[in-house]
Every structure is written in structure tokens, then in C-alpha cells.
Ligand binder design. Sequence first.
Ligand code: MRU
Length: 346
Amino acid sequence: MIDTEILLYDSIRPVRWQDNGLYLLDQRKLPNEEVYLHITSTQALYEAIKDMVVRGAPAIGIAAAYGAVIAAKESTLDSTVDFTQGFNSRLDLLASSRPTAINLFNALNAAKQVAANSSEPITTLLAWANQWLDDDINANKNIGAHGASCFKPGSRVLTHCNAGALATGGYGTALGVIRSGYQQGLLESIYSAETRPWNQGSRLSLWEFQYEKIPATLIADSVAASLMQKGLIDWVVVGADSICMNGDIANKIGTYSLAVLAKHHGVKLMVAAPTTTIDLSAESGESIVIEQRSASEILPANYVDGIVNALNPVFDVTPAHLISAIVTEKGVIESPDARKMQALTE
Ligand code: MRU
């Protein structure tokens, strides 16, 4: 059993408002360098989200919430258009940064409402964005507690991508469940899949585990099947970029493969995400827009003549019937379906 002497495991905060701007821990540089960028324009934030300085659906949503504060400041100074027009066009720029994480759109839509109902939009939006961040961290701690309640003592878990503190305001969703399970002494082993091609598992989740002194084991993505075949995994625990109203979810590419493998081997699949990741307008996974990133992210540099290419979809859809539980801050939904999702969101 893993030793549980250290009882904190919650010290990483990748997004914070300070000095009239947004500090973002540059996740492209981890684990080699810990560098924060200070973002003070919507254009810079758009680029930071697109280029994955900040990534992970809830963290993108939080960055966008603070982006609305920056957009309000810029729009107040912009004499070429009225405030609402300038503000909305800046939020539209942020919305065009990445297409799959629904938290981005939920945060931007909420920001539009906040601004429309305030005579002091900058001050009101800053208070609201601070609350959005606090709510996310609190949601994650509740998700952690609810998710860990599903584990029996001695559980062996596998996580994919990074759904940790780095992907949220703090504590993490899937890694929040693992933090909580570890703190309660319920986990026998924690495996982190490398998560090709961007290596969120090896670069980011491993960095978090090392930072918090939580023992974990890295595996290449292709090792998961044989671990399950040997009976070494009880739960696959992942986050989500979008949850649909029938319980289908989108998450990092490779999640669907793990879900199929888990079903085949009788391993359970837990999807841990806050309710800000629910897309109330999406009936099923068919409507989810899957981000395609540049071929250059996976194509070795010597292949440049265009005869060979690379396909780089960075998310996939896992249908509800492969999911054992969706865990939100409100509790655990076993075997999710449209009726249970409707009840959750009422
Ligand atoms: O491309 P990324 O790194 O932004 O993808 C992140 C994921 O897929 C996460 O699993 C998801 O956003 C949940 S994060 C709590």
C-alpha cells in the first residue's frame, strides 16, 4: 500500500490574477522549467490558449473568465466602437482559440451576462472571475471526495492526459479523485499514461505527482491493454472536455481506446468533471467539435515534402454506455444516460 504520511497534495495554482493581469504557468515548458507568463491583452490570451500555455478544459474556462476582465478594460479604452460591441468581439476572439473544451464557451457566455447586467463591468467581472476560480477549486475537492468514495481499499488506477491541478484552478478533477483516494490510503498503485502526442501524462501529471510526492508509475499509452489483461487495473479515471446530455463525453485522444479496453477487461471507467463541463445544448457526442491540431506536432521534422502527412485529432468521443460513472461536484452518476443527466442539470 502507498505510504500516506504527507496529507496536503494541493499546492499547485496554474492561473492567478495579479498585477492587473493574468499569470499563467507555461505548460509547454514543464517539467523542465517553471515559468509564468503575464497576460494583459485579449490577443495574448487568445494565443496562450491556442498554443497551450494554459490547457485543460476548466483552466481554459478560468483563463477566459479573467480574459473577460481584460476585454472589458480594453473595450472601455476603445473609442472606435461602443463598449458592448468591442467587448463581444474580444470574447469572440477568445472563443475561436480552441473548439472542444466546453468550459471556454460556458465561461464566455456567463461573462456576457455579467457585463450586460452591470454598470461597472470591470469591477463586477473581476469579482465574478475570482468566484469562478474559487468555485472550480471547491468543485474539484468535492469531485475528489465523491470519486474516491467509489474506490475499495487497494484500488489500482490508471489516468490519461492531465486532468490535474494544472488543468483546473487547482486540485484537479481526475487527479483530484486520485489525490483524495491516495490521501485516504485507498490506492495500491497509480499509473499515468504518457498521452501521445503532447505528453500531458509524462510531462504534466508526472510533474504534479512528483511535486506533491505521490508515488506514480508512467506507462507508454500502448501498455494499458496488457496491464488490464494481467488484472492490474481496477479503475480508469479521466477528465472531460465536454459532457453531453445523454452522458457521452469528449476527452483527450486515446480515452475512447481506454474505454473500449476497460469494457473488454471488466475494468471500470470514471469520468470526473465539474458541471461547468456540461454542454446543455449537446444531445449527444455527435455534435462535439473535435479539435484537429497541426501535423507538425507529430510529424518528424525531416518529412517536409508533402507526400506523407499526419492526422492529429486531439480529442475523441466516448459513448455513455462505456462509462461506469460520471462524477461531478454534485455526486456520482452511475451508468450515465439522458434521464440521469437531465436530473443532474435541473
Ligand atoms: O489538449 P488539452 O491538454 O487541453 O486536453 C486536456 C484534456 O483532455 C483533459 O483531460 C480535460 O480537459 C479535462 S482537464 C480537468
